[in-house]
Design a protein around this ligand. Structure first.
Ligand code: AR6
Length: 201
């Protein structure tokens, strides 16, 4: 984690700014957030979030990668509903915990419902992280792979929920939040939108 540049460092090295007057400078966030292109199974944090399905028995995408890297011990019997999350140990992963969040399958005809479910994945993940004394957490871009959620819309939701979390007292103990992206294209989306929610000083 200490190797990943924080948002403050990213701004200092020239990350472009797209301000939104709705959100004021939130000093702590600049030292808390990172956007990192990489494989989430390599991240060493107190918790990584998995983009799971309701069976919580593994699947493809990031879920498959996490299950392969964690080993056979990672297996949750009872499932979870869309928008919910469950926590397990990380087993062979470098991270201590895995938070299995069940994102929505995108559908254009139900945008509001899908957005609420995706927001609930992020807030439920933060709540579990806090309950389990996690001080660092890595998120993949939930629902934007196999589940088809448009990347930009999903990123607005991830950043907005994160902003709200860091504004609440519950967020006080969270020291590092890493948005793990899997492609340069996805990284550009995060870098483009992050300053709307987390403007520089
Ligand atoms: N590290 C970080 N991000 C990754 C990794 C990785 N190792 N692998 C993929 N991504 P997806 P979903 C990115 O499809 O859309 C599974 O079968 C990927 O580029 O993993 O929520 C589950 O069991 C994308 O941006 O998750 C469910 O059935 C993001 O992670 C279903 O897929 C999410 O893509 C969930 O679909």
């Amino acid at each position: 984690l200490s190797a990943l540049p924080t948002l403050r460092q990213a701004y200092a090295s020239g990350l472009a700014v797209k301000p939104n007057p709705r959100y004021k400078y939130l000093a702590r966030a600049l030292d808390t957030l990172s956007i990192w292109k990489g494989d989430i199974t390599q991240l060493q944090a107190d918790a990584i979030v998995n983009a799971a399905n309701s069976s919580l028995l593994g699947g493809g995408g990031v879920d498959g990668a996490i299950h392969r890297a964690a080993g056979d011990e990672l297996y949750e019997e009872c499932g979870a509903n869309t928008g919910e999350a469950k926590i397990t140990k990380g087993y062979a992963l470098p991270s201590k915990h895995v938070i299995h969040a069940v994102g929505p399958v995108y559908a254009k005809s139900k945008v509001d419902e899908k957005a609420q479910q995706l927001a609930s994945c992020y807030s439920a993940s933060y709540a579990l992280a806090v309950q389990n004394q996690c001080r660092s957490i890595g998120f993949p871009s939930i629902s934007t792979g196999i589940y088809g959620y448009p990347m930009e819309d999903a990123t607005h939701i991830a950043l907005n929920v994160t902003r709200k979390f860091l504004e609440q007292p519950e967020g006080d103990n969270m020291e590092r939040i890493v948005f793990v992206v899997f492609s340069e294209k996805d990284k550009a989306v995060y870098e483009d939108l992050v300053s709307i929610y987390f403007p520089p000083e």
